[in-house]
Write a protein that binds this ligand. Structure first.
Ligand SMILES: Nc1ncnc2c1ncn2[C@@H]1O[C@H](COP(=O)(O)OS(=O)(=O)O)[C@@H](OP(=O)(O)O)[C@H]1O
Length: 441
């Protein structure tokens, strides 16, 4: 019984202990919860602090972004101008022929801004090229990383290729007056040159071509590649008329055909330039040349034979320029060292007088021009014995002055025969080279 009481007391005591430890457990649970709450609170505080710190950074970045945007917009507004594709294309001056030196001079000119036609071509979507205000623009055919990348071909790449993918000029003849005013006019190096021959009808051809709205031609002969080469390309360019990007610039200097260094010099300017030669029977050409000399110095008139033949006999004097010019095949051979035959167009000088319309259609095709000058543009002046040109069908015809179509002096038929015999092999060779029969005796 006593044992029972003791164990009952023990039981109660352990029950009390149990209760006490349960109480302890509850308090520690509460403590745990409290500390967990504290933990959460401090985590929240930490997050808040972090966000605040980041927000300050974001503000800084945002501010910087705004600043850059402002600078970008302002520079676009005040320092640069966006170019439309059309206006870029009209800056075609830079796509003109030029020498390597020319290219480097331009490259180092701070007032020139380089744009690249490659970018121009890919700028189909919308041209995003910008040009700095107050700067001239030089459009280079492509981006060069090294000066050796630069070839003469590149500078002679011309805008017509860019525009149409071929060598056809764009026909701007239907532009209204406002559109014409907005054209970008500048002086361009020639796209085509009438290189000879003297007394072949070169002036007539240039005047006829001038009537074409897509052609701009020089007045006097520039004689750049034969007599003024040391004056430089810029001097030459300055002699050229103003033109827009739809127009071809053409000059004529018949002296080029017979001058030794000229093919190379022209090639250095542009390997793509088109070359035109007006040829005429070399005997009549020589007489025409002589008639010109005689008209300037009447004393010479009596000595045609003295000028053409050695010792006044029948042996042709090949040291005479009057003779040399007529040896067409010899000169053409030198030109073919630099330019392929396809780059030449040979005009039949006799046909230019009798059928100018047909010759003009052929040459417009060669130059890639829309056919604008036809038989209807010519009027044959009976008293002068030569055709004259009408720019527009209802306009007055324009004839060449009296220095063209001079009366030729009487020449002994024996002399003419000797000259014909001399030129025959050269004529034959020339005909073969160019694949044309001129019907010269
Ligand atoms: N439409 C027309 N009007 C006048 N003259 C014409 C024409 N078409 C061709 N010709 C012939 O051109 C010859 C003169 O050639 P060039 O102009 O080449 O001479 S030059 O080299 O510039 O001095 C010139 O030679 P000559 O007749 O001997 O004077 C003309 O025969």
């Amino acid at each position: 019984m006593r044992i029972c009481k003791v164990s009952a007391r023990e039981c109660k005591a352990s029950e009390r202990e149990c209760k006490a430890s349960a109480r302890e457990c509850k308090t520690s649970e509460r403590e745990c919860k409290a500390s967990a709450r504290e933990c959460k609170a401090s985590a929240r505080e930490f997050k808040a602090r972090l966000i605040f710190r980041n927000f300050r950074k974001i503000k800084l970045y945002f501010g910087l972004c705004l600043l850059f945007c402002a600078i970008f917009v302002l520079s676009g507004y005040f320092g640069e101008t966006r170019l439309s594709k059309d206006s870029l294309l009209s800056y075609s001056n830079a796509l003109e022929p030029g020498t390597l030196q020319d290219f480097h001079n331009r490259r180092h000119n701070r007032n020139l801004q380089f744009l690249y036609s490659q970018e121009l071509l890919t700028g189909n979507k919308k041209v995003d090229l910008k040009a700095k205000k107050n700067k001239d623009i030089f459009i280079s055919p492509r981006r060069f990383t090294h000066k050796n990348d630069f070839l003469n071909e590149d500078v002679s790449f011309n805008e017509n290729k860019l525009n149409t993918g071929g060598n056809k000029a764009t026909d701007y003849t239907n532009l209204n007056s406002d559109e014409r005013k907005n054209r970008y006019l500048t002086k361009r190096l020639p796209h085509a040159i009438i290189i000879g021959v003297k007394k072949g009808g070169t002036r007539a051809l240039l005047e006829f071509l001038r009537a074409h709205p897509n052609v701009r031609a020089t007045g006097p002969e520039p004689h750049f590649f034969d007599k003024n080469y040391e004056k430089g390309l810029e001097w030459y360019r300055n002699l050229m008329p103003q033109s827009d990007s739809s127009q071809l610039t053409i000059e004529k200097t018949p002296g080029y055909f017979i001058t030794k260094d000229v093919p190379k010099r022209i090639f250095n300017m542009s390997s793509a330039v088109k070359l035109i030669i007006v040829v005429r029977d070399p005997v009549t050409r020589a007489i025409s040349d002589f008639a010109q000399i005689a008209s300037k110095s009447p004393k010479v008139h009596s000595s045609f034979e003295a000028m053409m033949f050695k010792d006044n006999k029948t042996t042709v004097d090949t040291s005479r320029t009057l003779i040399k010019i007529g040896m067409y095949s010899k000169h053409l051979e030198r030109w073919l060292d630099y330019f392929p035959l396809e780059q030449f167009h040979i005009v039949n000088g006799e046909n230019l007088v009798t059928d100018p319309g047909t010759e003009l259609i052929k040459i417009q095709e060669f130059l890639g021009l829309p056919i604008q000058i036809t038989h209807n543009n010519f009027y044959f002046n009976q008293s002068r014995g030569f055709p004259c040109i009408r720019k527009k069908i209802n306009k007055r015809p324009h004839c060449l002055d009296e220095t063209k179509g001079r009366k030729h002096p009487y020449i002994n038929p024996k002399s003419i025969h000797s000259l014909q015999a001399f030129f025959k092999p050269y004529n034959r060779k020339f005909s073969k080279m160019v694949g044309q029969d001129f019907g010269w005796s």
